[in-house]
Design a protein around this ligand. Structure first.
Ligand code: ATP
Length: 265
């Protein structure tokens, strides 16, 4: 008999939100271990809130969160949440990822240095090591943040829109890094508007208004009709014939990632 996939985190009827603003509503879902999961949904559907819940930094109003093992989470926030003016080089930024292991004020070990170098190399930013974070392009800065996350060597790697706004090569490079991490045993969860990145994941959670609409393999759940239900619930019941594919659902063209599917006509 096939064994069920071990989960990293399972949520049962989880409700969570902000004062006077419930966001996640009785959410039941699971995140498979050592695999990549994409959380997909319109703006405001609760993706970032769900990541914070999975990271253990956002309290539940009700429900239960089961952890399959004692995992160390790491959360890479949206690039826009990082100040442009931080006086840090790329190397210093990535080195901060080692604080989880050594504390902020201890000397770097040879292993710390080698993990930092390897993380920058994986993201293709070794040659940017001495540059200030604030002088980098958006895509370069995003790679530095992902490298910082990688340097933490966490078991549960949570990323908020890591590929949004990046060109095709940068998106592919981040997708490859996340797949490699999962193959090495890391559980990866990314909130994303990039349907190519979602299709490259092992598992998908589709959210709307803080509720789970679908959960499963991308080829099973990222169907045209499910995506239309996500973004255009008012059009439910119309046939798929009216659903136009956009560049975000076709092979990526770099600039169009993040656009929702076009409305049915
Ligand atoms: N700190 C906060 N205080 C109050 N409400 C918040 C706070 N952060 C988010 N919200 C609200 O919670 C809801 C869900 O937000 P969340 O950021 O989780 O959605 P999201 O799916 O990640 O959106 P996006 O795709 O725009 O990043 C939104 O209505 C948002 O306005």
């Amino acid at each position: 008999m096939p064994q069920p996939t071990p989960y990293e985190v399972a949520l049962h009827h989880v409700t969570a939100g902000y004062p006077r603003r419930p966001v996640l509503r009785r959410l039941t879902a699971s995140v498979p271990r050592s695999a990549t999961t994409a959380v997909v949904g319109p703006n405001g559907s609760g993706k970032s809130t769900l990541l914070s819940v999975l990271a253990g930094v956002h309290p539940l109003t009700s429900g239960v969160l089961h952890r399959g093992r004692t995992s160390r989470p790491c959360f890479v926030v949206q690039r826009s949440a990082v100040a442009d003016t931080l006086p840090l080089t790329v190397r210093e930024t990535v080195t901060m990822g080692r604080w989880a292991h050594r504390g902020a004020w201890r000397r770097l070990t040879a292993r710390d240095r080698s993990v930092v170098d390897a993380s920058m190399e994986q993201l293709g930013i070794l040659e940017l090591a001495g540059r200030q974070l604030g002088e980098l392009s958006g895509g370069q800065r995003q790679r530095a943040l992902v490298a910082q996350g990688l340097a933490q060597e966490a078991d549960l790697f949570l990323l908020d829109e890591p590929t949004t706004g990046l060109d095709m090569a940068a998106r592919q490079s981040i997708t490859d890094v996340l797949r490699t991490a999962a193959a090495q045993g890391v559980t990866v969860v990314q909130a994303t508007h990039d349907l190519d990145a979602a299709r490259a994941s092992d598992h998908c959670l589709l959210l709307r208004d803080g509720r789970l609409v679908e959960e499963g393999r991308p080829d099973e759940v990222l169907t045209d009709s499910a995506l239309r239900r996500l973004w255009y619930p008012a059009h439910q019941g119309q046939s798929d014939a009216g659903f136009r594919r956009t560049p975000s659902t076709a092979p990526s063209t770099g600039g169009a990632a993040g656009a929702p599917p076009a409305a049915p006509r």
